[in-house]
Design a protein around this ligand. Structure first.
Ligand code: 2RA
Length: 351
């Protein structure tokens, strides 16, 4: 019999993308149960061409489920994942709750699919959305040339902060529309935007904000620390040097990363292009003369990581600079977790 899947958080934005993916990918699932954290859930939502009732989360909802994908905030994942595991479910969690636990594999299937096999806690984690898109391009180059160091700057969409982030950006843009004066200094949007900053620390419209997540030791944001720690874990390089600066930009969907990667061997931009052309889940878009660059406007709604602007560093023949963009709602979150769930299902079938 085909395995039973539960989607926990099916009514949230990432859950919505998951339902779209389940409706369009090769179907490996028997029953799909849609689950919400909302105790008043009861609506039906479309999935695989039919309306499926959404049940409020409860221990019994996991009875008979083989795999559960969680797209819920960390505290809810911490509470409900063990409840599901207790009932025999393999949990694929998209939150940061378990990512760095040594007994929980952290998986990007194109990079380290074999890691799903060892999951003593019954939980597999998907990585941070920025890390995932970036590693899709970095990992194939690492496998050929041996990665030594990463210097990263991210340009992250407001949807990474949830639907509220998207709503706040749209509200702020509406307030600014048509106003060419914008306060006493051109470009100073603070007054026009007002106090409603939503989940952000500063205005998002017509601005960039070099802060994502919480403050951690040494002034690093939690997002920057996650990029370092998760890259190390997924690539199996515990000593990899990683420095990231994570920045929120007024883009609705699509996280981008400027990457400076130092390798153990010399490589040319053409050699890198050849590797990336053959890498699964990567699209090479690298023709500046024809205005072809990887950008969120093009990557939104697509599965792969878009890579371009590949240059050999001017001062180091072992280093490359390039730009990566990926849809943070798809490969960054929903798609990656759905792929992991499919891997778990396939592997259980083989056993
Ligand atoms: C962000 N990476 O973009 C995070 C998503 N949780 O805010």
């Amino acid at each position: 019999a085909q395995p039973t899947l539960a989607v926990v958080g099916a009514d949230r934005p990432v859950g919505t993308v998951m339902r779209e993916l389940l409706s369009s990918r090769r179907n490996v699932w028997g029953e799909v149960r849609l689950v919400s954290l909302d105790p008043a859930a009861g609506v039906s939502l479309p999935c695989r061409g039919v309306d499926v009732p959404v049940s409020p989360v409860a221990p019994e909802i996991f009875d008979g489920v083989d795999v559960a994908i969680f797209d819920v905030p960390e505290p809810a994942a911490e509470y409900w994942a063990p409840v599901a595991v207790e009932r025999g479910v393999t949990v694929v969690d998209g939150s940061a709750a378990f990512r760095m636990a040594p007994d929980v594999p952290l998986v990007v299937p194109e990079v380290n699919r074999q890691a799903v096999r060892r999951r003593p806690r019954g939980i597999v984690s998907g990585a941070n959305c920025t890390t995932t898109s970036m590693l899709m391009a970095v990992a194939p180059l690492h496998h050929e040339y041996g990665l030594r160091e990463l210097t990263l700057a991210s340009y992250q969409a407001v949807s990474g902060a949830g639907q509220v982030g998207v709503d706040v950006l749209h509200d702020q843009i509406s307030k600014l529309a048509g106003d060419r004066t914008l306060g006493s200094r051109p470009g100073d949007v603070r007054q026009a935007v007002g106090d409603d900053l939503g989940p952000f620390r500063a205005p998002m419209a017509l601005n960039v904000v070099p802060w994502i997540g919480d403050l951690t030791d040494g002034g690093w944001s939690s997002e920057e620390r996650e990029m370092r720690n998760e890259s190390r874990k997924i690539l199996g390089l515990p000593d990899l040097k990683v420095s990231a600066t994570c920045v929120r930009v007024p883009v609705v969907t699509g996280h981008s990363i400027a990457v400076h990667a130092v390798f153990g061997a010399e490589l040319s931009a053409d050699e890198a292009r050849k590797v990336l052309r053959n890498a699964p889940g990567v699209i090479l878009v690298d023709d500046p003369e024809a205005d072809e660059f990887p950008m969120p406007v093009d990557a939104v709604g697509t599965d792969p990581s878009w890579v371009g602007r590949i240059r050999r560093a001017m001062d180091d023949p072992r280093a490359l600079d390039f730009f990566v963009t990926g849809d943070n709602m798809r490969k960054g979150s929903a798609l990656n977790t759905v792929q992991i769930a499919e891997l778990v299902a396939m592997e259980s079938e083989r056993r």
